[in-house]
Write a protein that binds this ligand. Structure first.
Ligand SMILES: NC(=O)c1ccc[n+]([C@@H]2O[C@H](COP(=O)([O-])OP(=O)(O)OC[C@H]3O[C@@H](n4cnc5c(N)ncnc54)[C@H](OP(=O)(O)O)[C@@H]3O)[C@@H](O)[C@H]2O)c1
Length: 255
């Protein structure tokens, strides 16, 4: 049965940022449909809050995303907000370069978002309303050491969001891009490099929910870290590479 509550679809809802967003949005009386591969985790989350419902699926599977959207909308009503957050972290540089890892990271982080939008956007355009929220990263602003596989997936998402937003002008459908710095989740827990300005998942989810409610195009935080990386992007290349060499850990020596 359709309900009057806002309906939010969150991919990558079984853990980390997506799980915290679902809990926070449900506490604000929104209905949440969560998608990820781990059915058991999604079902446990759904049992913890009556406003959360599990719709398991792999974002790299286009048919699975199409059928997830079908199932969500036929059982809960029209999706108002889609937070396309599912993603993986792959640490890689020049000395451990791996095309398979690059392809897999792009398939999940970029094509996963594309598959989700493909399933939902025509419906939103037809209804003349909807909000697509793409979770990218400040890692997409510029090329950085160890981010040879991950960074381009997030750069592609930022570019994708900008292009879609321009296209959708006046359609009633809006797009946001979320560019977080480091957040303390399973994704970052094993990193052995410094993670400046790292924040808790609760703080991150709070900032994302506020940004969505205010319908901002870019939701970037922590603001100082985001600003520093945006400024780095605008530096001339000699300055850019000097800063990267001087302040950011570079490649480990080849074994
Ligand atoms: N943590 C950070 O510092 C940080 C910073 C900037 C941006 N981000 C971005 O924020 C998003 C969430 O990250 P997180 O830190 O919350 O990571 P996380 O704790 O590792 O959670 C990742 C989520 O994505 C899901 N997922 C992974 N592959 C999937 C697939 N093929 N199909 C469907 N779901 C899939 C996982 O669920 P299953 O394993 O159950 O499928 C899980 O729910 C990612 O896009 C990440 O790149 C994170």
């Amino acid at each position: 049965m359709a309900s009057q509550r806002q309906l939010v679809w969150i991919t990558g809802g079984s853990a980390g940022i997506g799980r915290e967003l679902a809990l926070r949005m449900a506490n604000r009386n929104m209905r949440c449909a969560v998608t990820a591969r781990s059915r058991d985790k999604l079902e446990a989350l759904a049992r913890s809050n009556a406003l959360i419902a599990a719709f398991p699926g792999d974002v790299t599977d286009r048919d699975a995303m199409s059928s997830a959207v079908d199932q969500i909308e036929s059982s809960l009503g029209a999706i108002d907000v889609a937070v396309l957050n599912a993603g993986i972290w792959t640490e890689m540089g020049a000395h451990d370069y791996d095309a398979v890892a690059c392809e897999q990271t792009m398939r999940v982080n970029y094509i996963g978002v594309v598959n989700s939008i493909d399933a939902l956007l025509p419906r939103m355009i037809q209804r003349g309303r909807g909000h697509i929220v793409i979770v990218a990263s400040v890692a997409g602003y510029c090329g950085l050491p160890r981010l040879v596989a991950y960074g381009p997936t997030k750069a592609a998402l930022i570019n994708h969001a900008e292009a879609l937003m321009a296209e959708l002008d006046g359609s009633g459908v809006i797009v946001s891009v979320v560019n977080p710095g480091f957040i303390d989740t399973a994704m970052t827990r094993d990193n052995d490099f410094p993670m400046p300005f790292i924040i808790s998942v609760e703080e991150a989810a709070g900032k994302i929910v506020r940004g969505i409610e205010r319908r901002h195009f870019e939701i970037a935080f922590p603001w100082l870290f985001a600003l520093m990386l945006k400024a780095l992007r605008r530096a001339t290349y000699p300055l850019y590479f000097w800063i990267v060499r001087t302040f950011i850990k570079t490649e480990p020596e080849p074994k």
